[in-house]
Design a protein around this ligand. Structure first.
Ligand code: ZN
Length: 107
């Protein structure tokens, strides 16, 4: 597999109006809260069989933000959102390449 698994490990995650991840290899990615919330991969937001999105983005408030977050093992991040939604598990692998994000600096 071409993907380097070791790169998909965060060194630091912080929240400053957006979610920031500094990866072990120095890459810094930034995620808009609303975009991340509406990209939630859980079974009540996305049909787990068809992959079709169930969540209606317009029902998510623009000021949605994380209230709490926790690592799940060394492969994912669980986020409790201000709208009470807490079933989304964001894998580091998908955070690195799949969810909408901006890359700030690459060392
Ligand atoms: Zn969800």
């Amino acid at each position: 597999m071409a993907f380097k698994r070791n790169n998909a490990i965060p060194k630091e995650i912080f929240f400053d109006g957006k979610m920031n991840i500094i990866w072990k290899d120095g890459v810094h990615t930034v995620y808009d809260y609303w975009e991340l919330r509406t990209s939630c991969p859980c079974a009540s937001c996305v049909d787990e069989f068809t992959g079709e999105k169930i969540l209606d983005d317009s029902t998510v408030e623009k000021n949605v933000h994380p209230v709490e977050s926790a690592y799940i093992g060394n492969y994912a991040l669980e986020i409790l959102w201000s709208d009470g939604h807490d079933t989304g598990i964001y894998t580091f692998r998908k955070l690195r390449t799949g969810y909408p994000h901006e890359t700030l600096t690459v060392n």
